[in-house]
Design a protein around this ligand. Structure first.
Ligand code: ADP
Ligand code: MG
Length: 224
């Protein structure tokens, strides 16, 4: 579950303070799919950074996957992101020199202090399972440059699923995809929701919101 209460986020713009999120409220129940739709510059990415514990500098309360994010130290936040949150971005962010399976393994290489590192063989096995979940088991050895845009985004989703996160956050995940590939990505999110994952997608594309159980519009710093 994601619960944001009275979230206000300001950026300094020279002398001025700009309020991007204003007393924003959001509840995404566990195992449900919410889409937030808003114009460019409306604060969608800012909202995801708060929910994903990438930004800790806001007023209000954010409780995500059972953790009150404000109560965590920077190190605890990093461990929380690694264990509990999967991120998917518009631009895929794959490393071009690594095959799909190794891109998928990457987050598993960051082991929080005090936890035991999995062996590379174990990690590879988990990455292959994740690629299988997104329908790319047969392309595990391909370099990103030899995959279509839709396939690259599915690798990015497999990578986000590697730690079996409770929460998946996606920032314009279909922004670089044609309609058919975009639909495949949305279907994957729906399948993850059926597996109990809490999914929050921000987008300016209305078509994404058709698959979501809850659609909210971000306007003037608030959701309605
Ligand atoms: N680090 C930053 N410093 C100053 N202003 C920012 C920063 N990040 C975002 N903004 C501003 O906040 C507003 C919302 O940005 P963003 O969340 O990226 O919007 P969206 O993702 O909906 O396009 C924009 O006006 C943007 O210029
Ligand atoms: Mg954005």
């Amino acid at each position: 579950m994601i619960a944001l209460r009275h979230i206000t986020k300001r950026f300094r713009d020279g002398e001025r303070q700009v309020e991007v999120l204003r007393d924003l409220e959001l509840t995404v129940p566990r195992g449900t799919f919410t889409a937030v739709v808003g114009a460019s510059g409306s604060g969608k990415s800012t909202l995801l950074y708060v929910a994903g514990a990438l930004d800790a500098d806001y007023d209000g309360e954010a409780v995500v996957a059972g953790k009150d994010l404000k109560a965590l130290s920077a190190r605890e936040r990093a461990a929380f992101r690694n264990a509990s949150v999967g991120f998917v971005f518009q631009s895929f962010n794959l490393l071009p020199a690594l095959p799909a399976v190794e891109n998928t393994m990457l987050p598993g290489l960051f082991v929080p202090p005090g936890s035991k590192a999995p062996s590379l063989g174990q990690l590879r096995g988990r990455a292959l399972e994740a690629l299988d979940r997104v329908g790319l088991a047969d392309k595990a050895a391909r370099l990103p440059g030899r995959l279509s845009g839709g396939e690259r985004q599915r690798v990015a989703i497999a990578r986000a699923l590697l730690s079996r996160p409770a929460v998946l956050l996606a920032d314009e995940p279909t922004g670089n995809l044609d309609a058919v590939s975009g639909e495949a990505v949305i279907q994957l999110f729906s399948a993850m929701v059926r597996d109990g994952v809490t999914v929050l997608v921000v987008t300016h594309e209305e078509r994404v919101s058709a698959a979501a159980g809850q659609v909210l519009h971000l306007e003037e710093g608030r959701l309605r």
